[in-house]
Ligand binder design. Structure first.
Ligand code: PLP
Length: 356
């Protein structure tokens, strides 16, 4: 058990208009902090008023991007209680990312306790409206004030909280996706499997190009063969080809192991549906579309849960999928996962962790 000191703010903020939350624009009254040093290990766990961090301009995170993060949500149930969805999977992934970036691990039980404690302190920030939630952003930064290229000896682990609006306030609208053939997000042996801020810096240019071309997101291809599908934007991607659900496998370490991805696969298997985790060439998808066998396509991630792909664009080749509507498999997964998250359907998978 962590000994978490709690210092409450004397000046709580005014709450934002909960009907106009958007994503990641507002932050709650408190945050969790914990420090690491080689001598003391992880220490000084505390919940303090939300405030700027003071860091040396030489702090390593600013120069060599030794940084990692997680993303999960707290959901308000109809009975007023608050719960998390598979936080153990986020915590396990955070520690795997630590390993890849030479950051010291944190005891999973301590991370869960930290998340629960800070959410409880700011419990009145967990919104009630349909589809809304409290987004939880744990992150770790390297703080040694040194420009030599080495793993840092000191770190800060911080958790901030942001009430977020319904992703689908205007209904589930399938998005337009552009296949990216110039830039790549990561390569085998790189950091694609890690939730590292640096991956996002590398992906911005592809995202910018996609937006300039009128697409919502990028479909990333693998960095070596430029042939196999990796992910869509910052989501994992699924295709339903001739009735079989196919998603890229994780073996090359260039795909982020999404908690939503994993949950979708486990549910599909439970429902007795055909699911394949394997290499998927973009040409196979294009061919399936040509032959009328591309039934559905969708992205998965904590923010949107399921994001149907209505159009896949490859230069001049514009492929409309399922008549630009959400498909039956995407819909079934969306209903099952969100039902459990907001406590509307029974959790028969053991995925819900109640805070209160
Ligand atoms: C976080 C993330 C995902 C989705 O993971 P979830 O755990 O389902 O939210 C997918 N791809 C990338 C690159 C990500 O950073």
């Amino acid at each position: 058990m962590l000994n978490i000191k709690i210092e409450k703010t004397s000046t709580p903020k005014q709450k934002p208009d909960y009907s106009k939350l958007g994503f990641g624009k507002y932050f709650t009254d408190h945050m969790f902090l914990m420090n690491y040093s080689t001598e003391k290990g992880w220490h000084d766990a505390r919940v303090v008023p939300y405030a700027p961090l003071e860091l040396s301009p030489a702090a390593m995170v600013f120069h060599y991007a030794q940084e990692l993060f997680e993303g999960l949500k707290a959901y308000r149930r109809a009975d007023g209680g608050i719960q998390l969805f598979r936080p153990d999977k986020n915590i396990e992934r955070m520690n795997n990312t630590c390993d890849r970036l030479c950051v010291p691990r944190i005891d999973p039980a301590d991370v869960l306790q930290a998340i629960k404690t800070v959410v409880e302190v700011d419990a009145d920030w967990v919104p009630y409206d349909e589809g809304t939630s409290l987004y939880i952003r744990p992150f770790i930064i390297a703080t040694d004030p040194m420009l030599g290229v080495h793993p840092s000896h000191t770190y800060i682990f911080c958790i901030i909280l942001s009430p977020v609006g319904s992703y689908y306030a205007a209904g589930i609208n399938p998005v337009k996706i552009g296949i990216e053939r110039e830039y790549v997000r990561c390569v085998k042996g790189g950091t694609g499997l890690a939730k590292a801020g640096g991956n996002y810096a590398a992906s911005l240019i592809g995202q910018k190009k996609a937006e300039e071309n009128g697409y919502a997101q990028v479909l990333w291809l693998d960095g070596i063969h430029r042939k196999y599908i990796d992910e869509v934007g910052a989501m994992n991607v699924f295709f339903v080809i001739d009735g079989v659900v196919v998603t890229p496998d994780l073996t090359d370490g260039n795909i982020l192991p999404g908690v939503t991805r994993r949950s979708a696969i486990e549910l599909l298997k439970k429902w007795g549906m055909a699911v394949e985790e394997r290499k998927l060439a973009v040409d196979e998808v294009i061919e399936a579309h040509k032959n009328g066998k591309l039934n559905e396509a969708f992205g998965t991630g904590t923010a949107a849960v399921i994001s149907p792909i209505g159009e896949l664009c490859d230069g001049d080749n514009i492929m409309v999928i399922n008549n630009n509507e959400i498909g039956p498999i995407a819909k079934k997964l969306y209903d099952a996962i969100t039902g459990m998250q907001w406590g509307k359907v029974e959790d028969d998978m053991g995925w819900i962790e109640k805070i209160n």
